[in-house]
Ligand binder design. Structure first.
Ligand code: GLC
Length: 497
């Protein structure tokens, strides 16, 4: 390829990742429409957002004071937590964490029976509680059989039918255990816990464990954001939604109960009897526009989707989250090698052809590399892909990296704008409008937390898109403290309300 042809080709790649103001606005309108349809239709369809009711109908205010048990299944790890809420927006946790063995992941786990993975989780939970119980300063507890209420963060799309019941719609983020799809996650976990507890004499485990709340990580983040930010706060803040942007991407927010028209008459009657007016909705935003009616599509997005464990689904997430940003850049690099713009690495260093071999963390270094001749980038590319580059090529790759991350952040801004607009908080005619209020967006996840400039790029997207500058300046983006862990505990607490 001649230099000018190469230049042109790279510029066309950068262009393909661009999202301009009109497209931001079109995406936002589509997102609002997709939310509205999702609130009135079942969660499984492709043409609208899943909008899953969580049966959490109020947020904590920071004054809650009690001890709670929680566990959290993330993309690659499992954690058990014993949380002490101190009643002043503060808390302490005792925690254990395990990496999920590869036997349960991807193809290796595909054909496992439905109880296998839950037996593994139950084993960890029971041993953790046993360990905690035997170390508990209050030894009296050991003399009577104690029940621990458990909140379970399970960050996959689940059709929730009650606070403590929900069927797995599909796996995302690397799991494939087919026998679990369509099953009630809480029932499976509870069965495995009970069977573990009954397999040994009562003296060994002088307690019972009841899984009382199933919680998505975004729901947990909203609960945790509300608990940690409201007590004693000088600012007028209002946690309006929570975002996870790490391995996966998702948003939860509080919706008017009367808009959740897909709730059955029985569910509605039960909830209304508690005199509440709102419910937290797990939007499963990763699944926005799976029909690709407005979302931009590059050739690299198509390959990412084809090689993923859930082709055709979570297409929004595949343009946003940490699991995929590295893969998008790797596919661009493969293309540039195939076009002979980049030099093919020596045969012994062919890792650049391995799917998902480029971690998003590498992009975060390239993004802000200002070393002479981009020497840092040079080292990262050699180390991660065996790729040798010239200074000029590295400059191109940096521009492409920035285009990929900017697109990701702009897409996040679309979802934020849509939820704010739909909520009426910026509309002076709406009862939800409050003149002096900041709209707090509680975040968690490695990309939003660590990717350099990500939050600023979101803000830029907010101001360029449907919120405009006036709306953007009302938005307060904060980091929530351990949304998935603390949040699961707080969800368990709502079970007793
Ligand atoms: C995936 C899951 C969703 C989760 C998100 C963030 O999109 O489907 O449930 O909240 O990842 O972890």
């Amino acid at each position: 390829m001649s230099t000018s042809a190469a230049n042109e080709y790279v510029q066309s790649i950068i262009k393909s990742f661009e999202i301009d103001a009109p497209l931001l606005k079109r995406l936002t309108s589509k997102y609002i429409e997709s939310m509205e349809n999702g609130l009135s239709h079942s969660s499984g369809g492709k043409s609208h957002l899943p909008m899953i009711p969580t049966f959490i109908t109020s947020l904590p205010n920071g004054t809650e004071k009690t001890d709670i048990l929680a566990c959290d299944l993330g993309g690659t790890s499992f954690r058990c937590l014993y949380i002490k809420l101190q009643g002043n927006s503060k808390f302490t946790t005792e925690m254990k964490k395990w990496e999920i063995p590869s036997d349960y992941l991807a193809e290796e786990g595909r054909d496992l029976p439905e109880n296998a993975f839950f037996d593994y989780l139950a084993n960890k939970i029971v041993n953790f509680v046993q360990y905690h119980n035997s170390n508990d300063e209050n030894q009296e507890l050991l003399t009577t059989k104690k029940n621990f209420n458990l909140g379970f963060t399970f960050s996959y799309p689940v059709e929730q039918t009650a606070l403590n019941a929900g069927n797995l719609i599909r796996w995302t983020k690397g799991f494939e255990i087919t026998s679990v799809v369509g099953k009630d996650i809480v029932e499976l976990l509870q069965k495995s816990i009970d069977s573990k507890l009954s397999s040994v004499p009562e003296e060994k485990y002088p307690f019972t464990i009841s899984c009382v709340a199933l919680c998505n990580d975004t729901t947990g983040t909203l609960l945790s954001g509300a608990y940690t930010s409201t007590y004693d706060s000088q600012d007028i803040v209002d946690p309006i939604m929570s975002i996870i942007c790490g391995t996966g991407f998702n948003i939860a927010y509080m919706e008017d109960l009367k808009s959740c028209t897909k709730l059955t008459a029985e569910q509605m009657e039960f909830i209304s009897s508690k005199s509440v007016t709102e419910m937290c909705i797990n939007t499963e935003s990763g699944s926005f526009d799976n029909e690709l009616s407005v979302l931009p599509v590059t050739p690299y997005d198509k390959i990412v989707d084809e090689e993923s464990t859930n082709p055709g689904y979570h297409l929004f997430e595949k343009r946003i989250s940490g699991m995929f940003l590295g893969e998008i850049l790797r596919l661009v690099i493969v293309d540039l090698i195939d076009k002979q713009f980049l030099l093919e690495p020596k045969p012994s260093k062919k890792q650049y052809r391995h799917k998902f071999s480029l971690k998003t963390e590498v992009l975060s270094h390239i993004e802000i590399d200002d070393s002479k001749d981009l020497k840092q980038t040079e080292l990262y590319l050699i180390e991660s892909l065996g790729l040798r580059t010239t200074t000029e090529q590295r400059h191109f790759l940096q521009q492409i990296t920035r285009a990929i991350s900017r697109r990701s952040a702009y897409l996040v801004s679309v979802a934020i704008s849509a939820i704010i607009i739909k909520s009426g908080r910026l509309d002076p005619k709406s009862p939800k409008y409050k003149y002096h209020q900041e709209l707090e967006v509680c975040c968690d996840g490695s990309v939003v937390q660590y990717y350099p400039g990500f939050k600023s790029m979101i803000r830029h997207g907010l101001s360029l898109g449907s919120l405009g500058h006036e709306g953007e300046r009302r938005v307060h983006i904060s980091m929530a403290l351990d949304g998935s862990g603390l949040g699961a505990g707080l969800a368990a607490l709502t079970a007793s309300k």
